[in-house]
Write a protein that binds this ligand. Sequence first.
Ligand code: PA5
Length: 406
Amino acid sequence: MIKIDSSNLEKVKPPHGLQLHEVRLHAGFLPDYLKKIHDRKQGFYRVIDDSSALENIKKYAASVSGKFKSVVVLGIGGSALGALTLRDALCSSKNPVRMHVLDNIDPSFIQEVEDAVDYETTLFIVISKSGGTVETLSQYRYFKSKGAKHFVFVTDPIVGELRKIANAEKIQTFPVPPDVGGRFSVLTAVGLLPAALLGINIDELLKGAREMRDYFLKPDFEKNMPFQLAAMQYLLWQKGKSMNVMMPYSQRLFRFSDWFRQLLAESTGKEKKQGHKTLNVGITPINALGVTDQHSQLQLYSDGPNDKFFIFLKLKNPGPRLQIPGSVTFTELMHAEMAGTVEALTQCNRPNIVIDVDDIDAKTLGALFMLFQGATAFLGEFFGVDAFNQPGVELSKKLAREALKK
Ligand code: PA5
């Protein structure tokens, strides 16, 4: 379903590339890192077995089938990016249900969505793990005051402002398990409920995630794709590649690179103590779209600072077979352009790998989510930081609340 081709790392000349035996040298850390991740008591790789949560979501989606023409997700960060990724990857513009994801409070964006929906036939899904994010709560209050009628909440099962509102106003809720962090929550109701309402096969999504989870939990380097990916990223970081460029050659996967951007940035960007020293570590994620950004960022990538590790996502079948008159198909053109870009970067000694994916369906997407979540968890252990907290984000939320009070 998914293959990692890391052969170009060996072609890139030292000190910029990586020999795979160098990566293998780190295989010994795998069992220890798996234990450390286990000890952090995070649920992102266990929640995909929660069959009762899954059944509740499916039951609800079936009960409202045909009732809503639009769904509006009110949420931000990890409470929005999963739904956006699922919508863009798996739904066409002809989907019977339209989904808007309001992940900003720009009034023009809010107005646009307000103008686009009919409250009779629109379901608002308010998603906030903490239940206290000011952007999301404000949007909820706004749409309620404007006459929106149908709401469900996805939030913490016990605490938080949203939970209080749900209890007081008897709004149906779906829980975000407390041991699953925002950016790791796409395979909980945070992503699954919007997906089910869009008609996406969430059984398949979880099936793909479980298959990848099996690799993630294997203490065997050769089989553990998430660990291999994390080891490559970490060793390249040690060689000065402090940035990661994810470049899908697929319009439908562009949002996936947005989702990964948050995951990588919030999980690895940390301050840590080493003896008396304070170290600031992390990988800066960048996303780019093939072929579009060949005409935008590629010059910098080829000849600018050699401080990036490139992950290309290649889709064997990115879309329908459209023939260019008298020439190849658009897929063939896209593949040729990608091959050219990858080869050019390799010749310029820019370390890169290609992740090959046949088709982008629910199962593959589930596996991709788990691949990168698992790799990010391992990366946290390589860095010696807690990949699951976000003190910087919390501080900004706290200061924003204080500023509002003033
Ligand atoms: O990953 C995270 O924890 C954050 O980016 C959150 O997803 C984001 O701040 C939204 O938080 P909440 O879901 O609590 O509204």
